[in-house]
Design a protein around this ligand. Structure first.
Ligand code: COA
Ligand code: ADP
Length: 588
């Protein structure tokens, strides 16, 4: 296992300037820690709480390097732990700021290992392997009560540019996370709890309850007396692990942590109460919820809810196989609600992992659309387009009048780009091109359009029928998710991303060949006051390949005609008041 990861883990980002200087990101921070018995549990394994403390510390140092003022942890995204670390091994952690927003910034690391990058090393054999990644968000806290406006990050390397651009999408997902869970729970008909009376192996949830308290002392806090986020996470992990052990009566292994969100601060002198209980057990894993509240120095009357987290544990038997668990009988009221919410979280976690862990353009097209994964598919749609647009080595294949066509062959995939500049204001171009119901006015492939679902202001799902590729063939149809984004900051492009989705409301129909588009879309950049550069990207699939290659090789000019028609359409409508014109176009 470790060996196979070795070369990947050792890969260092190396960016050389034209003058030969090696580039190092100014916010990059590295930490190496020997795992000593004081960092480990009784089995000699590194405690996850200790790892969280190190992760938070290094991420905070990186954030403060950029902010030049104290920063506090606002959130730590979901973490999947892939390996257990042991006494005697070395943990190498690297972090850098991916992007600064207004008062907050995202800390992550390199392209291959995005997130706070943790590599474990066995110093005796020299082997290295990846342990986990994470992204943390910090908020800058200046001296006074006012908000700190952070300076922007200037990404230099191609990898930094991609991370910089995708950080906006991760932020969007983070801020929608709670709503996504609430929506799923309120809209789903999650199966009723099993019949606990009849089930033989049932553990009453109250038997797993843990309530404990910690006093925040100076070593737990920074020089401004604010408790370190990593310390709170470590206490929460410890309470959750006790609850988990009470349930499984074994030594549980922590596999995943749902996003930590620090709702409120705590300070030296506060008492932190930690309450944990098993919310639900699935066959081979179970969820423990833990809630942290701070009682402020004045007494036990005034408290702040500072954090809630949900952790998934497993147990490995002596052969390394996953053990099976009994059912949990939740307490009436809140316990039953948490039991159902744990199921919803598990579903969302699996969807998210499936959609996000795939390479951007490799998400299976069969990913079915549903309200609980819409945020992740929309994320994937936009970030796949951003990744495609950031690719280098495009080869100019032909120039026709206003349009330039490019190709890119990479990893056995073929991509196309068509580029032109129009004398139309960028906001107007964005409004016109993101209105899919008007695409037939310039694109002959959009013969019939039907809106299936307006998901929100920025995402729509539609069905489109296109002529057949071959003269004798069937017509084709596509079900596409269109996601659009206005710039988050000056200099960001406007984007309209397209990808196929499947949903029961639009099943394949007889007589139509269902085509699929894994990644396509427009990137718009302002060129002066009234001009817009439009780049259209598409990943080749059997359904679109023939059109594109015929043009590239000069056998047809279909694509170029469409590009020209698009130009004409935009010019003709440059002053029309658009029905979508009321949509805010200022920034997210
Ligand atoms: N994940 C990531 N960022 C988040 C977030 C979340 N769940 N919730 C809010 N933010 C970001 C916002 O996007 C905003 O960033 P921006 O200015 O770059 O747009 C920033 O936090 C401030 O948001 P705002 O809505 O103005 O403030 P808030 O009242 O929600 O406060 C915190 C956010 C994080 C400052 C506040 O909850 C806090 O002080 N938490 C405790 C932090 C702490 O002390 N941590 C250490 C451990 S106790
Ligand atoms: P929610 O109830 O919506 O899950 P909370 O923030 O109240 O959110 O709690 C988070 C988790 O902490 C709960 O899911 C539960 O597992 C645990 N928890 C909350 N309150 C208690 C308590 N009094 N005793 C034990 N565990 C608790």
């Amino acid at each position: 296992m470790a060996g196979s990861e070795q070369s990947e883990a050792q890969e260092e980002l190396l960016f050389i300037f034209e003058n030969g200087d090696k580039y190092t990101n100014p916010t990059e921070v590295k930490m190496s820690q020997f795992i000593l018995p004081c960092h480990a549990n009784h089995r000699g394994e590194l405690s996850v709480g200790q790892l969280l403390k190190w992760m938070d510390t290094i991420a905070c140092l990186s954030a403060e390097r950029h902010a030049n003022c104290p920063c506090v942890t606002a959130s730590m995204d979901d973490i999947d732990f892939e390996y257990t670390l042991r006494v005697g091994q070395v943990v190498n952690i690297k972090a850098k700021v991916n992007r600064a927003f207004t008062t907050s910034l995202e800390v992550g690391t390199y392209f291959r290992f995005v997130g706070i990058n943790i590599i474990c090393e066995d110093p005796l054999s020299g082997k290295q392997w990846k342990v986990c990644n994470a992204f943390a968000t910090f908020v800058a806290k200046g001296e006074g009560p006012g908000k700190v406006q952070l300076k922007s990050i200037v990404p230099r390397t191609p990898e930094e540019k991609i991370e910089y651009s995708i950080a906006v999408e991760r932020r969007r997902m983070r801020l929608l996370h709670l709503e996504t869970i609430k929506d799923l729970v309120s809209s789903s008909t999650i199966q009723k709890e099993p019949d606990f009376e009849e089930s033989q192996h049932v553990v009453p949830a109250e038997k797993t309850r843990v309530e404990t308290v910690e006093l925040v002392l100076p070593p737990h806090a920074n020089h401004q007396r604010n408790t370190f986020g990593g310390q709170i996470m470590a206490w929460m992990e410890s309470a959750a692990t006790i609850s988990a052990s009470r349930f499984c009566k074994e030594h549980p292994v922590l596999k995943t942590i749902e996003m930590f969100h620090f709702r409120g601060p705590s300070q030296v002198g506060d008492r932190i109460t930690l309450k944990a209980i098993v919310n639900n057990a699935f066959k081979k894993s179970f969820e423990v919820g833990v809630c942290a509240e701070a009682y402020h120095q004045e007494g036990w009357e005034r408290k702040t809810h500072i954090n809630s987290a949900f952790m998934t544990f497993v147990v490995l038997d002596k052969d390394g196989q996953l053990s099976t668990f009994p059912c949990v009988k939740p307490e009436p009221g809140d316990g039953e609600r948490r039991y159902r919410e744990a199921s919803a979280r598990k579903k969302i976690r699996l969807d998210r992992k499936y959609i996000i862990s795939c390479k951007q353009t490799e998400v299976p097209l069969s990913v079915p659309w549903d309200p609980s994964n819409q945020v992740y598919l929309s994320y994937n749609n936009i970030s796949a387009l951003k990744t495609l647009a950031a690719k280098q080595n495009w080869v100019l294949s032909c120039t026709r009048k206003k349009a330039k066509l490019f190709t890119l062959e990479e990893d056995q995939l073929l991509f196309f780009k068509a580029e032109m500049t129009v004398s139309v204001n960028i906001k107007q171009v964005f409004l016109l091109l993101s209105d899919m119901s008007r695409r037939h006015e310039w694109d002959t492939h959009y013969q019939k359009f039907k809106l299936i679902q307006k998901v929100d202001e920025d995402d729509v799902i539609y069905h489109v029928i296109s002529p057949s590729v071959n003269k004798a063939g069937n017509f084709q149809d596509f079900v596409l998710l269109a996601s659009r984004r206005v710039p988050c900051a000056d200099g960001d492009p406007y984007l309209i991303a397209l990808r196929s989705v499947s949903l029961p409301a639009a099943p394949p129909t007889e007589g139509l060949d269902r085509g699929e588009i894994p990644c396509a879309g427009f990137k718009l950049c302002q060129k002066g006051e009234a001009c817009t550069n439009i780049a259209y990207y598409i990943q080749a699939t059997p359904q679109v390949l023939p059109y594109l290659t015929r043009d590239i090789t000069g056998l047809s000019s279909d694509v170029c005609k469409i590009v020209e028609a698009c130009n004409e359409f935009l010019e003709q409508n440059k002053d029309t008041v658009h029905p979508l014109g009321s949509v805010t176009l200022g920034g997210t």
